[in-house]
Design a protein around this ligand. Structure first.
Ligand code: CDV
Length: 310
């Protein structure tokens, strides 16, 4: 089997405050991109909603949110410098941002960009967490269900510079269906960006479980689908609101091969062997040979067990 490798960089991004200018944030991303190249990266994973503070924590009108935080096209003059530098360095990337699409709706979106700076794929977040009402008693809001519509496409896989790549966003990682749909399309690498507040506003979840669940879902999903995962946090304390770090690169063995140690801008890197997943695809997770879809019908027929919680 010929050697196939992907130099994977995950660019964790520390706090982006409400008052931070777009230029300042973009300069930080470009610095991370340049460091990635100097370490041998072919591809860089940036976080979910990379370009601004995690604004779903704030109540505001849809119009205000769209004016302040959404991208009306991609690329656009505010992010062109990132695309230009990536093309110059011949590095591909994944970027999460708030997408305003007047015809279809506002979405929480990510894109895959190849080494020529061309957008190869777009994904709109399916599993939107949070709520749409104003929770006056909560310490902060999680208004993804207010500001975004549910993604109108499935979990696809694209050939990016000859690697089969998929994408998902934050809460998607907690759902096995996300990974299996991409695994069934032969994904070799999945990029994920996230913003995970350390406090759960819905119930008093112990804070340490946020990191625990983040890591076990990625490790199990990488193994069960024989994929590499690059997961990038936006983290740290944004205007008093803490979000977990823990950006990682996970191998198809389920092992973490690189992990961020700070909650600031930090680049992690691993030279990934794309053939590492093949024994799993040939044997224990040989889907064509061993899957029994006739026994999984409920997964697509039924949404939940009983009454759903608001
Ligand atoms: N941005 C997110 O999707 N955040 C969610 C919530 C549940 C904290 C997450 O899964 O991390």
């Amino acid at each position: 089997m010929s050697q196939r490798r992907l130099g994977v960089a995950v660019a964790q991004v520390g706090a982006v405050h409400v008052s931070d200018s777009r230029q300042r944030t973009l300069d930080r991303l470009i610095a991370l991109l340049q460091e990635a190249k100097s370490r041998g990266a072919d591809f860089v994973v940036f976080p979910e909603l990379t370009l601004a503070t995690f604004f779903p924590r704030y109540w505001m009108s849809q119009q205000e949110a769209e004016e302040r935080y959404f991208e009306h096209s991609m690329p656009n003059p505010n992010v062109q410098a990132l695309f230009d530098e990536a093309r110059r360095l011949e590095v591909g990337f994944y970027l999460g941002y708030a997408e305003l699409c007047p015809k279809e709706g506002p979405f929480n979106t990510s894109i895959l960009v190849n080494k020529k700076g061309q957008i190869i794929g777009k994904y709109r977040k399916v599993h939107l967490p949070g709520h749409s009402d104003h929770k006056l008693d909560a310490p902060f809001q999680h208004l993804e269900k207010k500001y975004f519509q549910v993604g109108n496409d499935t979990f696809k896989v694209w050939g990016v510079d000859e690697v089969q790549m998929g994408m998902c966003l934050c809460n998607d990682r907690r759902w096995p269906e996300t990974w299996r749909v991409m695994g069934l399309q032969g994904a070799e690498f999945v990029a994920l960006g996230y913003n995970t507040p350390s406090i759960n506003i819905h119930w008093p979840e112990p804070v340490h479980l946020r990191m625990h669940h983040h890591l076990i879902t990625l490790q199990a999903s990488a193994y069960q689908n024989a994929v590499w995962i690059g997961a990038a946090a936006k983290c740290g304390v944004e205007d008093g609101h803490h979000m977990i770090g823990g950006s990682v690169i996970v191998a198809p063995t389920g092992e973490i091969v690189a992990q961020a140690s700070t909650e600031e801008d930090e680049l992690i890197y691993f030279n990934a062997d794309l053939n590492l997943g093949q024994p799993f695809r040939d044997h224990v997770f040989n889907f064509a040979k061993h899957r029994r879809p006739e026994h999984y019908q409920l997964i697509v027929e039924r949404t939940g067990v009983g009454a759903s919680l608001a």
